[in-house]
Design a protein around this ligand. Structure first.
Ligand code: DX5
Ligand code: ZN
Length: 224
């Protein structure tokens, strides 16, 4: 149930294949792949060619987080490039386009997710719950790694988990992204998250296996 997803945004891109192998060997469950377009967020990261290369280099589960405007234009391309899950932002498109984009991801045989920024209430996801394999609560403003965890997001995580369970969507994952480390992971899990994205808390450490083990140990402490 608990999944740890290192965000490659904090990896050394000159040796991405080795970085990915390193965190996989260190116990990562998924790999989180952040795509930024300089419009939806004030930063630009990587895109389709890098995902394609990464797909060839690893059989890891690739969790793609699109921080791009009008994601419906690109979801199919990211599925074709090797994503296992494509998640995009509720704030980035109109409701009908969001619905069609979710359908397109499912039609490609991949898992589909919606993400919400810190100022977006959990209730905005209600119309989409049944289409979701994953819901992502941003615990920082999207755009950059290394920011501090926003504790006021904790009740939102709990509200979202409750909404999903009440709607019968018990298998839908709740992911948190931003400022996750061994001290904040237990808070997010206790609130109801089960997928932890961590960039700097893993890649900024020389021993990634130790960083992942610490996250897992801190998480286990909250579960007992
Ligand atoms: C931020 C990205 C995150 C980022 C997290 O917009 O979506 O995935 O890499 O980095 P940390 O874990 O350092 O906050
Ligand atoms: Zn992300």
């Amino acid at each position: 149930m608990l999944k740890i997803a290192p965000s490659i945004l904090s990896a050394d891109f000159t040796r991405l294949g080795a970085e990915v192998e390193n965190v996989r060997a260190g116990g990562a469950d998924w790999l989180h792949f952040d795509v930024m377009d300089g419009l939806f967020v004030p930063n630009i990261s990587v895109g389709l060619p890098v995902l394609k290369s990464l797909r060839k280099a690893t059989d890891a589960f690739l969790d793609v987080h699109l921080m791009i405007d009008r994601p419906q234009r690109y979801v199919k391309a990211f599925c074709d490039a090797g994503a296992d899950l494509v998640c995009f932002h509720l704030e980035a498109a109109q409701p009908q386009d969001l619905r069609e984009a979710l359908d397109a991801v499912k039609a490609a045989g991949k898992r589909a997710g919606l993400a919400i920024k810190p100022r977006t209430p959990a209730e905005t996801l209600i119309p989409y719950l049944e289409q979701l394999d994953l819901a992502l609560v941003m615990t920082v403003e999207p755009g950059f790694g290394g920011q501090g965890f926003m504790r006021p997001m904790l009740p939102k995580i709990t509200a979202l988990r409750r909404m999903l369970d009440r709607a019968g969507c018990t298998g839908c994952d709740v992911e948190v992204d931003g400022g996750i480390d061994a001290s904040t992971a237990p808070l997010a899990l206790k609130a109801g998250a089960n997928v932890l994205v961590a960039g700097s808390a893993i890649f900024d450490r020389p021993d990634r296996a130790a960083a992942i083990a610490e996250l897992r140990a801190a998480s286990n402490d909250t579960r007992v």
